[in-house]
Design a protein around this ligand. Structure first.
Ligand code: ARG
Ligand code: ZN
Length: 850
């Protein structure tokens, strides 16, 4: 086999031909589905000359090939089919192919595959080539007509229905689209339906298709969909553009969901919800993902990407939009804190390690490896910065221009930046570095006050990343506020623009102010500033910016935990009293108080220590963090029972943000209580729970204290028939296992009869949960590394995409001590040396080895 080759952005050329339209017929059969395709093609004027026609195609058995009706005798190679220029007319022509494929044996879950008796597809990024011969690239857009023949009762594809009868259905999608947005579903499904009328009066039939029995778990997803559709009309002026909008829930799915035109396909865990089976976090994720996929209809589908290097064009923007939506639906402050927690946990981690890459990468081996936190979450941050720099009005004008100028296009980041330049007059040449350069900038801050003038000096450092040893200064919007020592705000939020490596800003000040820097986390940077615990406590009590208020508490906790780990310090009143004040302040949103009570994560702590030049010891971080929780529990202890009681929700469960916030705070309090009472309160709460949030919350409290074996049995008995709930059962006991038991627990659960490792959700809830147990995965024995590598190697031949994705468990290895680094290096070497390793996992392992 030849070495997989990298694709480079600089090699882009328009396709040789245009596809005028596509007609597909599917005769479905598990091992012998026939796909016949009629493509009407013409030479592309953007590529003058007479060219071969190269069609992508993988694992297709070619049955017939005709050009303008005449049979051609050509043999495909491993990746496609070339029709030599000599055989092609210079005028438009029609190509007809018929192929046979085997959905039932398609374990990669890419292309057309089967999930528990139903047919479904996943074509992004390059799955359509596993369905038929086609120019499988996003800049080739065409209207599709699809006929499906099957005895299954529900037959769906993109666009509007165009007829159906016994054993067949036809669909027409009038909107030209790239092949990655193609979808087909066939199965024994039932719909949860609702009507929707768009702002201009188009009637749309909304359907969520699920297996019989699941239809009573669709109400929240449907409600989220309706709110998303309405929100996009008011916030962005974007209406839906077909007569139907279908969503299908699928149990075997590599990712979260997929925005196929008019036929979104979802991992069932992001659709199905009832109070008994879904936690508040599940409800929030369902709302966000339903919105995300719906918003893609404009940002992704009507305007798509020219090539896969531009992935952030649709993903960064759509994440930004779903974050705005969730903020509007819930609380902006809480949403921002949660988003930043996630950004730091996933994207900063990626940006600081061997897998760092720009928001717009310039080369890849396997594009599926670039559906990353950097492309998605940092891509959204970059848009947030743009919006801050040009203002809300400028942003609105730029987006209007984007939609009018590029509707129907396959666009680039250059196009995107040009609409901002044209709509606002702002030069974005330097700003563009955010798209082309990897790495998290570090910003150092010094302050000076001379009795009259207060001076803030910033210095930015842009660290080297793989392939990018040096980089220039970035445009960094720093939202700043200044407070008086009495807590009054003397400078309301003002955006400073850093554009140079070192820069100072001066403010008149009769008294020395307390600065609140990087409000709302106005840029994805690491702020380096020596701050006293007193000042942090002051900001936690007084900052008018809720994000920085939370940030001050978090920094206080991280400073303390760092000192506990490095020189055996103990929690003192500065931190304990500050947390107590927030915890019991009834004027604050309970969701905010719950976040303020959350201790720094172990992986976060390891990254921070590493950033400060200290080699993190996972076992020690684990035990010191525990000691921290115990000290906090003792400090708050006497007041916890009253808080837990006061937060009990009377009446039936509602999934709204207010109720969810109260539950979150109640569970945070219960977790502390469990460190004092031997788990009594949590065991009682477990038995009293009438919703999954409290059931899981109480169970975690027990597991964290080495308890809960009886409750795990009760849980298993009650939920053994529910796949999505059982995923939680697997994941929780591994993620919260004692570090010395985590590997053994995982290994034991891989022998559990319900460990269906070919199902991505189940694989993630077991193997992924081990890598989420920081001290367990990084156990000095190396057992965590070995077990994860074993399972990745097992999964890789069947499902390379999911194996590659989960290999990021190893991306942090450079942080740790020489012994651990050697253990990881040995596992990476073992994987690299495995014969037949997929291109997906091969690329990831290669990059991690450096
Ligand atoms: N476009 C999808 C989304 O973000 C993600 C699909 C990615 N799938 C993949 N196999 N890479 O909504
Ligand atoms: Zn997306």
């Amino acid at each position: 086999m030849s070495e997989p080759r990298a694709v480079h952005l600089s090699d882009y050329q328009p396709f040789t031909h245009i596809v005028r339209d596509v007609a597909l017929t599917f005769r479905l059969a598990p091992r012998a589905t026939r796909v016949s395709a009629t493509l009407r093609l013409a030479p592309n004027p953007a590529r003058p000359g007479h060219h071969d026609l190269r069609l992508d195609g993988e694992n297709l058995r070619l049955l017939s090939l005709r050009l303008d009706g005449q049979p051609l005798d050509l043999t495909p190679d491993a990746t496609g089919l070339t029709i030599p220029a000599a055989l092609l007319p210079s005028a438009p022509f029609t190509l007809h192919t018929e192929v046979e494929i085997s959905p039932e044996t398609n374990t990669a879950l890419e292309g057309l595959y089967m999930s528990r008796g139903m047919y479904c597809t996943q074509c992004e990024a390059e799955g359509f080539r596993k369905i038929t011969f086609y120019p499988d690239r996003p800049d080739v857009m065409a209207p599709f007509r699809v006929r499906i023949e099957s005895d299954l009762p529900v037959l769906l594809s993109n666009g509007n229905p165009a007829g159906q009868g016994a054993g067949w259905a036809e669909w027409v999608d009038p909107w030209p689209k790239p092949a990655y947005l193609f979808a087909l579903v066939a199965g024994d499904l039932v719909a949860h339906s609702a009507p929707f009328t768009t702002a201009s009066g188009r009637a749309v039939a909304l359907n969520i298709w699920v297996r019989p029995g699941d239809q009573d778990r669709c109400a929240y997803a449907m409600d989220s969909l309706i709110r998303s559709m309405r929100w996009d009309e008011t916030a962005y002026g974007r209406e839906y553009d077909l007569d139907v909008f279908n969503i299908v829930a699928v149990d075997d799915f590599n990712m979260g969901a997929m925005e196929n035109k008019g036929l979104n396909i979802f991992n069932s865990k992001f659709v199905l919800a009832s109070p008994e089976t879904a936690t508040d976090d599940d409800f929030a994720r369902i709302e966000a993902i339903i919105a995300h996929e719906y918003f893609h209809n404009w940002t992704g589908n009507r305007i798509t990407c020219r090539d896969w290097f531009q992935l952030c064009l649709k993903e960064g923007l759509t994440v930004f939009r779903d974050q705005q939506f969730s903020g509007d639906m819930r609380s902006h402050a809480v949403k921002r804190i949660e988003d930043v927690l996630l950004l730091r946990a996933r994207q900063f981690r990626e940006d600081g390690g061997p897998l760092a890459h720009p928001v717009r990468p310039d080369s890849y081996v396997e594009i599926n490896n670039f559906y990353t936190a950097t492309v998605y979450e940092k891509g959204a941050e970059v848009i947030g910065m743009l919006k801050r720099l040009v203002g809300d009005d400028g942003y609105a004008r730029a987006l209007d221009l984007y939609f009018t100028r590029h509707d129907g296009d396959a666009a680039t980041i250059e196009d995107w930046l040009a609409v901002f330049q044209d709509a606002t007059g702002r030069d974005l040449t330097q700003f563009k570095r955010w798209y082309t350069e990897a790495g998290t900038p570090r910003v150092k801050v010094w302050e000076d006050w001379d009795g009259e003038t207060y001076t803030l000096t910033f210095e930015q450092e842009n660290p080297p990343t793989p392939g990018q040893p040096e980089k220039g200064a970035k445009v960094i919007p720093v939202a700043l506020g200044l407070l008086n020592p009495n807590g009054d705000e003397v400078l309301p939020t003002t955006v400073l623009e850093l554009t140079e490596t070192r820069q100072s800003f001066r403010f008149p000040a009769a008294a020395r102010p307390v600065p609140s820097i990087l409000r709302g986390f106005s840029a994805p940077v690491i702020l380096d500033r020596e701050v006293s615990p007193e000042e942090r406590a002051f900001l936690l009590a007084h900052d008018t910016d809720p994000f920085n208020r939370w940030e001050a508490g978090r920094a206080l906790a991280k400073d303390l935990l760092a000192r506990m780990v490095t020189d055996g310090a103990s929690p003192g009143p500065d931190w304990l009293d500050a947390v107590a004040r927030v915890t019991f302040d009834d004027t604050l949103d309970p969701a905010f108080r719950a976040l303020a009570l959350r201790l720094p994560g172990e992986d976060d702590m390891a990254a921070t220590l590493h950033g400060a030049g200290i080699t993190p010891d996972p076992a020690r971080i684990w035990s010191e963090r525990r000691r921290m929780a115990e000290a906090l529990a003792r400090h708050l202890g006497p007041r916890l029972p009253a808080l837990i009681d006061a937060l009990a929700e009377p009446g039936p469960f509602t999934p709204d943000a207010r109720a969810a916030g109260r539950r979150a705070l109640r569970i945070a309090a219960l977790s502390l209580m469990s460190r004092l009472d031997g788990g009594r309160a949590a065991a009682t709460a477990y038995r009293a729970a009438n919703n999954m949030t409290e059931e899981v919350g109480a169970l975690v409290c027990l597991l964290e204290n080495g308890l809960g074996q009886e409750e795990l049995r009760l849980f298993e008995t009650r939920w053994s028939a529910d796949r999505n709930v059982m995923d939680k059962w697997f994941a929780l006991q591994i993620a919260h296992a004692h570090p010395d038991q985590a590997v053994a627990t995982t290994d034991r659960l891989t022998r559990h009869p319900a460990f269906d490792w070919k199902n991505p959700n189940r694989f993630r809830s077991v193997i992924g949960a081990l890598s989420a147990n920081h001290a367990g995965f990084h156990h000095a024995s190396g057992g965590g590394y070995r077990l994860v590598a074993d399972w990745l190697l097992r999964l890789d031949p069947l499902n390379p995409q999911t194996a590659a994705r989960m290999s990021t468990a190893f991306e942090t290895w450079p942080r740790y001590d020489a012994d651990r680094r050697a253990l990881v290096a040995a596992e990476l070497a073992r994987m690299a040396a495995t014969p037949g390793l997929s291109r997906d996992l091969g690329e990831m392992v290669g990059r991690m080895r450096g």
